[in-house]
Design a protein around this ligand. Structure first.
Ligand code: SF4
Ligand code: SF4
Length: 228
């Protein structure tokens, strides 16, 4: 039995295309003939490469999302943002301390935050971005590291911030500082790292590397999760 696919209209970079209803933005762009060499990665919502802005028909709001996770709607206008230019200071973690002074020095922009919450609304990961920026301002590195943990560095928060803060680069510094100076040591993790260094898992890692994507996906989603 033939399945009839409805077609809808979208505007990509201002040009009109007909694409199948139900497509994600990435699928729609490829259907329309775009070869995505940049701005596409895992296609599963994890890598943050496919940041996109769009407007839906009749809606005044400019929305941001990941193109692999967003389904097109009729009349949608789309523009991909493959890269957001961002302030990224160089530092050596060994020279830093896990406190507010480090951010005063390396990311003075975070202190310009006007608490507008635009970054939180822009985040496709539903991260409370403003809260982690505020935690940095208070010098609460552990809180900032915790709140920003799921950041995929898509750049959409920085793109919309009126204070031109690069939240995600400040967030990753918080997580690095937390990991190096504040996190409790885990004997289990130390043991596992030692095993890795000794090559105990080379065979398994090699098998995973060679596994077809569908089998790898099946194995991942059916894994046993131990919560202690
Ligand atoms: S915090 Fe910013 S960079 Fe990170 S996922 Fe959210 S919008 Fe993207
Ligand atoms: S968008 Fe910028 S100024 Fe507004 S709350 Fe977020 S970090 Fe602060």
């Amino acid at each position: 039995m033939d399945v009839k696919v409805e077609m809808i209209i979208v505007y990509i970079g201002g040009e009109l295309f007909q694409v199948p209803e139900g497509s994600t933005i990435i699928m729609a762009m490829e259907y329309a003939g775009f070869q995505l060499k940049k701005g596409v990665g895992c296609r599963e919502g994890y890598c943050g490469a496919c940041a996109t802005v769009y407007r839906e028909k009749g809606d005044y709001k400019l929305k941001g999302s990941l193109a692999c996770q967003t389904v097109v709607t009729d009349g949608m206008t789309i523009a991909m943002i493959p890269f957001v230019p961002a302030e990224k200071p160089l530092y050596d973690l060994n020279d830093l301390t896990p406190d507010v002074g480090t951010f005063t020095q390396l990311f003075p922009s975070v202190f310009r935050c006007v608490s507008c919450n635009t970054c939180t609304k822009a985040c496709p990961q539903d991260i409370e971005v403003m809260d982690y920026v505020q935690a940095l301002i208070r010098g609460d590195i552990a809180k900032a590291a915790d709140i920003s943990f799921d950041c995929i560095r898509c750049g959409l928060c920085a793109l919309r911030c009126p204070a031109e803060i690069v939240q995600y680069n400040a967030g990753i510094l918080a997580r690095r500082l937390y990991g190096k100076y504040l996190a409790k040591r885990s004997p289990e993790l130390d043991e596992r790292l030692k095993e890795l260094e000794e090559g105990k898992y080379i065979k398994e890692i090699d098998e995973l590397n060679k596994m077809p994507h569908d089998k790898l996906s099946e194995k991942y989603y059916s894994r046993e999760i131990k919560i202690s």
